[in-house]
Write a protein that binds this ligand. Structure first.
Ligand SMILES: *Cc1c(COP(=O)(O)O)cnc(C)c1O
Length: 228
């Protein structure tokens, strides 16, 4: 079941890429495994998933331990809000922290990464929606924020992450994806961060529209593993 769902999603991503005339390999499918037990994650990994996304630190420590060797070579993304006092653990457990939304957080990631002897890959989280429950840097402040992040030697800023509001009709999310794409292009054009290549947007209900609007990374949970 999980394998079939992954194949269907890969097919839909490939179709959206064809529409943009880019190779399907240019879009990364991140399987969002929050609340999903290790056994079902194993199934997704066996189906060829290379990237997983998690949001709650408490839950992953035992899960990652249970998965053990199976996580070798798998890129782990933290996609949820990160509290400053949990940064040490996050740096230890994740290859990419997608939710950098404030300078104090960046500063602490830099400090812990230096201690761990690591360059921590991070994305800037952009807030495109008006919903107060969403985190992130407003579009108008992103370029300046990206510039300030240049000062941290143990952080590598590799991309931009955003979450459109939920709409039953995914077409309605397009304006939000376009805003994100503009912010992404602006930061890239400024040439501040050489490794800035990922635009992480699109979830179960809207990933095809996101890819059509320029996403290079989709984060899909429900459409792979079912309702949480
Ligand atoms: C849960 C979550 C997802 C995946 O959502 P689905 O609708 O289950 O695909 C993607 N991104 C973030 C930041 C999430 O928290």
């Amino acid at each position: 079941m999980i394998t079939e769902r992954i194949r269907t999603i890969q097919q839909e991503i490939a179709e959206a890429c064809a529409g943009r005339r880019i190779p399907a390999g240019e879009v990364t499918l991140v399987a969002v495994t929050k609340t999903v037990p290790a056994e079902r994650i194993s199934e997704a990994l066996a189906a060829g998933i290379t990237d997983i996304g998690e949001s709650r630190l408490q839950e992953i420590i035992p899960k990652f331990a249970e998965l053990g060797q199976k996580l070798n070579g798998i890129t782990r993304h933290l996609i949820g809000h990160l509290q400053t006092n949990k940064v040490k653990k996050a740096v230890e457990l994740f290859d990419v922290i997608q939710s950098v939304d404030r300078l104090a957080l960046a500063e602490e990631i830099d400090r812990q990464a230096e201690k761990a002897g690591k360059i921590q890959r991070c994305f800037i989280e952009l807030k495109v929606s008006e919903e107060s429950t969403k985190h992130g840097v407003p579009a108008g402040d992103c370029l300046e924020f990206a510039e300030r992040l240049k000062n941290y030697s143990h952080i590598s800023i590799c991309g931009l992450m955003t979450m459109a509001p939920y709409f039953a009709e995914p077409e309605a999310a397009r304006p939000y994806f376009r805003t994100a794409r503009e912010v992404f292009d602006r930061i890239r054009a400024a040439g501040i961060h050489p490794g800035f290549t990922a635009l992480s947007m699109g979830m179960s209900n809207d990933f095809a529209a996101a890819v059509q609007e320029g996403s290079t990374m989709v984060r899909v949970g429900t459409a792979i593993f079912g309702e949480r």
